[in-house]
Design a protein around this ligand. Structure first.
Ligand code: LMR
Length: 325
């Protein structure tokens, strides 16, 4: 029996993500939670001929608790999204308390679940989630992930776009480390497999596009929000990785995690001077088995890394201040 709970399922990421989960046939039970619409979305999804039983829960009658009960995996997409002119940090005021309250309930109801945070600003919402779990005595760093898979997806896609006709994004593997906003996102093209051969100028443009890919969508949607379908795709890819690892298949994926709580992560955190950071993670049956070292990076990437760390430290401090107040 595998149960997934999608928190924020009536939103523009949550709904396509629920469709991907239902069509995947990976689940026996899917629970949808949101403030509106989810009973109807569940009925709609239940007409699809896969085995998962979908149930929608609203806030009344302890809906969040019911949605989380027995969940093996929880994905949180709840909260508001960006509008033009906003940064992800502008979402903090609204989304911080939403994440705190959801994780307080997770700690009480399904403390052993694998939890994946999509809600922005991920650089800050993940530390908030960790602090809420800590306060309830339920923090297990190996089971808490900030989803940065969209940055990895963009890094291969935009490299293929720059190379041009005939190149397939799926052929490129580009590690992406750091955080999930602007300059904190650091694609490591020096480690791309196969190597990506672009001029310095074109490569700089590709790196910038990965870092600010979210803004490209916000601008293009002209006030109708931010990334939804590609984020649902990326979130689902991360969920699949977690489930594969639980079934004994070795998987590595980047994720934003609390490094000191993960095997081999303490050393990386000490070297970087930051506790929350996205690196390649070896996933296993019980979540994050090991944080993999960053490895050799180019001089330009070294410069970008120090900018990323400086910004991340601020994002993390904002979260910790919020949780201590
Ligand atoms: C993205 O990377 O597209 C998402 O985090 C949404 C956003 O606000 O940019």
């Amino acid at each position: 029996m595998v149960k997934i709970a999608l928190i924020g399922a009536a939103g523009q990421i949550g709904t396509p993500l629920s469709l991907l989960c239902k069509t995947s046939d990976l689940f026996d039970e899917i629970s949808l939670y949101d403030l509106v619409h989810v009973p109807g979305i569940a009925t709609d999804l239940n007409h699809i001929d896969t085995r998962a039983k979908v149930t929608g829960y609203l806030a009344e009658d302890s809906g969040l608790q019911k949605a989380l009960t027995g969940a093996d995996v929880v994905v949180i997409t709840a909260g508001i999204a960006r509008k033009p002119g906003m940064t992800r940090d502008d979402l903090f005021q609204t989304n911080a308390s939403i994440i705190r309250d959801i994780f307080t309930e997770i700690a009480a109801t399904c403390p052993s679940a694998m939890c994946c945070v999509v809600t922005n600003p991920v650089n800050s919402t993940l530390p908030i989630a960790a602090e809420a779990l800590k306060k309830a005595g339920a923090f297990e760093p190996t089971r808490l992930f900030g989803v940065t898979t969209l940055d990895v997806v963009r890094a291969s896609t935009f490299a293929a776009h720059a190379i041009g006709i005939g190149s397939n994004p799926k052929d490129f593997k580009v590690p992406v480390i750091g955080g999930h906003s602007g300059a904190t996102i650091l694609p490591l093209y020096s480690q791309a497999q196969p190597p990506v051969s672009l001029s310095d100028e074109v490569l700089a443009g590709v790196i910038n596009r990965v870092q600010f890919g979210g803004d490209e969508i916000v601008k293009s949607k002209q006030g109708a929000g931010s990334a939804t379908t590609c984020m649902a795709y990326a979130g689902f890819r991360f969920i699949q990785a977690i489930l594969k690892a639980q079934n004994g298949e070795p998987v590595t994926e980047e994720a934003y995690v609390y490094l000191p709580g993960i095997s081999d992560g303490k050393k990386i955190a000490a070297e970087l001077g930051v506790d929350y950071f996205a690196v390649k993670i070896e996933l296993g049956k019980t979540g994050a088995n090991k944080a993999l070292p960053i490895g050799k990076i180019s001089d330009n990437e070294t410069k970008l890394l120090s900018v990323a760390i400086e910004e991340l430290q601020k994002n993390i401090a904002t979260a910790l201040t919020f949780m201590s107040s």
